[in-house]
Design a protein. Structure first.
Length: 89
C-alpha cells in the first residue's frame, strides 16, 4: 500500500515509466543484451531487463532491454575459416 502511494505521488509529480514495447529506441533504451534471432524484425525489444523512467519528459534512467539482431551468416564464418586455413599453410 505504501509503495502504491509512493508511485502515485511520483507519477503526479511527472515521473513516468518508459514504454519498452516494439522497436529499440536509443534515446529511451539501453541494449543491455543482444540475441541473434531470425523470427522477429531486427532491433525488436524481446525483454525488459530493468525499467527506465522519464521525469517531466526527460530521461532520467533508460530502460535496459534485450534486443533481437540478425544472425551472423554462416557463409561468412566458413569463408573466414577457409582464409585462415590457407594463411596457416
Amino acid at each position: 500500500k505504501i509503495y502504491e502511494k509512493l508511485l502515485k505521488t511520483l507519477e503526479n509529480e511527472g515521473l513516468r515509466v518508459i514504454d519498452a514495447s516494439g522497436k529499440f529506441d536509443p534515446f529511451n533504451h539501453e541494449a543491455f543484451e543482444k540475441e541473434e534471432r531470425d523470427d522477429v524484425e531486427e532491433y525488436t525489444i524481446l525483454e525488459v531487463i530493468e525499467d527506465g523512467y522519464t521525469f517531466n519528459g526527460q530521461v532520467v534512467k533508460p530502460t535496459k532491454v534485450r534486443v533481437a539482431i540478425k544472425p551472423k551468416k554462416k557463409e561468412e564464418n566458413t569463408t573466414d575459416n577457409a582464409a585462415n586455413d590457407q594463411q596457416n599453410t
